[in-house]
Design a protein around this ligand. Structure first.
Ligand code: AMP
Ligand code: ZN
Length: 671
């Protein structure tokens, strides 16, 4: 028998953690710092490890993924998941409204919702507990993906009321997660996903739910299979009821009393579309009351009481002038199409990543081809396809380079990789990229060392690896273009200051494959010093929550190299800190900053900072950065072309700063 106090503590931790997680993932308004969550989570893991019988179904530890499946079981949907009839213009919507009015004999109110571009899912709850999650499949038979859906943080494992119901909605990948995932896959030489929807689909159909757990999926629920268990009698109220039960619902819904109001809603979101953090492909218009919905009924395929307005695709045509290959710090070569500038979805586009040679060959893209381009995730320009009819007879298939455009060494495909890699460790392009990465804001954050200067330093032989930076003298710097005594001293001070950074930044900066900023932090939080990390075994690393085998192997391989040992010795001799200095609570107290204890939302395009950099900086100053504007937001930093979040901030009277004001606040902060 487990002691009662332990049983109670486990329950208390579960409830507390689930509440924090709800605030974070559903409400987007976390009430505690990450480290508070992490330490409670760790405590629960320890209790559950000691007493496996205490692992409850709704424990947050059940979200990291379970054993690998052999296949998915089929799920029969007792109430089918319907599809929607699509319309593309105002006339069709008006016609829909007229049909509805004719059938019912009077005017009706509609609920307008955004059409989220993800995957339909169905979640079955019994007495408030999640018992099954399924895909839509063909509408009547889907697949059982319960294990995968449990890893999606915004899906409640337990509802706030003990009801039995089947909730339906959309599972999607936010644009930012999509971009990060593709960037990472490109760097790692893997295939990229064409759009967030494919990425979400690929993530949900993983037989290994641990993979799904890392994919940052989210959800919006919008209906139930059977409305009987609900108190509500209309779609609009049902959305609120779903929200009250603990589901994430989309906040942009609106009740519209006429087709003109519906049309205004559509026009508004066609504008705001690119500002949203998730992709939408249209608007869904639903007759509001359930009674009227029942009266209207269904056709074989779709309800008669709802319709989907699809946005026109935002595409453009242009000509591919050239294909450029650039090389990253891990040696992966990435092709970019250089095109005649053309406007698409609000901006002028002249370059688009072609990801890898397979991609080029599959689409058969050639120089001088006329192509159709669009924006994936509403942001990233992509080549959709070639307009073959317009290809000239002289056109020839494109061949990828066989040798590194920089060092000339023969390019290779590593096991199962689609990417071409330069594996020459002395390749100047890779070394330069590595230097740029080392000094970047989230790594060692050395001001004043841009790519131009680093390039010169390398070319002049002043810096051959990252450790050489710490041995630079003023005289060395004075040999560089446009560097006078004052700027030389500034650079030397910045380099010297960076020696004291926490070692997770150093480890991130070293550019070990697969080790991003977050992984570096988890590693150093655990091992405390680079020396201990250097000696860690793959098993030890793999056992850390969320890291996994790939990272573990990569770290061990990296630290087994002789050159790495030499590099570390050189860094340590120069006085670079090897210890983890993550902020303790007393350090948090010392912070003085306009961002301290403030909830901040970033929106629009920043020029001097990337979003992650600004977020990092604000968090370092004791602020909290969240994704959406609400009553609890203190400051909205609005860059160029800020959209709906800015208007919302103005509506709510939240303080709005531009990028300069944010930078000024950084300068007025001390830690
Ligand atoms: P389609 O796939 O074009 O037939 O459109 C129907 C699909 O739109 C549904 O199966 C849902 O997956 C999706 N959808 C996205 N957002 C909504 C929403 N707010 N209400 C209803 N369906 C939605
Ligand atoms: Zn090379």
């Amino acid at each position: 028998m487990v002691e009662e106090s332990v049983v109670n503590r486990a329950r208390e931790l579960r409830e507390q953690l689930n509440q924090y997680s709800y605030e974070y993932y559903v409400k987007d308004a976390p009430s505690v710092e990450d480290f508070v969550y992490d330490s409670l989570y760790q405590e629960l893991v320890e209790i559950e490890n000691k007493h496996p019988e205490l692992v409850a179904e709704d424990s947050p530890t059940q979200r990291v993924g379970g054993p690998v499946l052999e296949g998915f079981k089929k799920v029969v949907h007792d109430v089918p998941l319907y599809s929607l009839n699509d319309v593309f213009n105002k006339e069709d919507i008006t016609a829909f409204d007229q049909r509805v009015q004719k059938a019912l004999g009077h005017q009706v109110t509609y609920t307008c919702e955004l059409k989220i571009d993800g995957l339909s899912i169905s979640l079955r709850y019994e007495d408030g507990k999640l018992v099954q999650g399924a895909t839509r499949g063909d509408g009547s038979v889907g697949e059982d993906i319960t294990e995968n859906l449990k890893t999606v943080r915004s899906i409640p494992l337990k509802l706030k009321k003990s009801v039995t119901l089947e909730a339906r909605g959309e599972c999607y990948m936010p644009k930012r997660s999509f971009m990060r995932l593709n960037q990472q896959r490109e760097e790692e030489g893997q295939d990229v996903f064409a759009n967030p929807r494919n990425a979400a689909a690929g993530s949900l159909r993983q037989l290994d739910s641990k993979v799904t757990a890392k994919r940052n999926l989210s959800t919006f629920l919008y209906s139930v299979a059977d409305t009987a268990p609900l108190d509500s009698s209309s779609q609009f109220d049902a959305l609120q009821e779903l929200e009250d039960l603990g589901f994430q619902t989309n906040q942009e819904r609106r009740l519209c009393h006429s087709i003109d109001e519906v049309w205004d809603y559509i026009a508004e979101f066609q504008e705001k579309r690119t500002d949203l953090s998730y992709e939408i492909d249209g608007v869904v218009i639903k007759v509001n009351t359930f009674e009227q919905q029942e009266d209207l009924g269904y056709t074989v395929k779709a309800p008669r009481w709802a319709i989907a307005y699809k946005f026109p695709p935002e595409e453009a045509q242009t000509v591919v002038k050239d294909i450029e290959w650039t090389i990253g710090r891990t040696g992966v070569l990435t092709p970019t199409a250089v095109m005649d500038p053309v406007k698409v979805a609000g901006t002028t586009v002249s370059r688009a990543s072609l990801h890898n040679d397979d991609y080029i060959q599959e689409k058969d893209i050639r120089i001088n081809d006329k192509v159709v381009i669009y924006k994936a995730g509403d942001i990233i320009p992509e080549v959709s396809h070639v307009i073959f009819e317009e290809r000239s007879d002289e056109s020839e298939p494109y061949h990828a380079p066989e040798n590194c455009p920089i060092c000339g060494s023969h390019l290779v495909h590593l096991d199962e990789e689609v990417a071409l890699r330069c594996i020459n460790p002395k390749c100047p392009a890779q070394i330069k990229e590595g230097l740029n990465h080392f000094v970047s804001r989230n790594a060692m954050n050395i001001d004043g060392l841009g790519p131009r200067i680093l390039n010169q330093m390398y070319e002049k032989g002043l810096v051959k690896d990252v450790a050489d930076l710490y041995y630079l003298k003023q005289d060395d710097l004075l040999t560089l273009d446009k560097i006078k005594e004052k700027s030389a001293n500034n650079i030397l001070t910045a380099i010297s200051e960076s020696k004291g950074r926490s070692s997770d930044r150093l480890v991130f900066g070293l550019g070990i494959w697969h080790v991003g900023g977050k992984a570096a932090k988890i590693l150093l939080e655990h091992f405390k010093t680079v020396h201990a990390l250097k000696k860690a075994s793959a098993e030890e690393i793999n056992s850390l929550y969320t890291l996994g085998q790939t990272i573990a192997d990569s770290v061990v391989t990296y630290f087994s190299k002789k050159e790495v040992h030499e590099l570390l010795t050189k860094l340590e001799k120069a006085g670079v800190n090897f210890d983890y200095l993550g902020k303790t609570s007393s350090e948090m107290e010392k912070i003085e900053s306009p961002f301290k204890d403030k909830t901040v939302v970033l929106t629009g395009k920043l020029n001097r900072y990337t979003r992650p950099e600004a977020k990092n900086q604000i968090e370092g100053l004791g602020g909290k950065v969240t994704g959406s504007v609400s009553q609890s937001t203190d400051i909205v930093v609005a860059g160029e072309d800020a959209g709906s979040k800015l208007s919302k901030a103005q509506e709510l009277g939240v303080t709005v700063w531009n990028e300069d004001q944010m930078i000024e606040a950084f300068e007025n902060s001390s830690v």
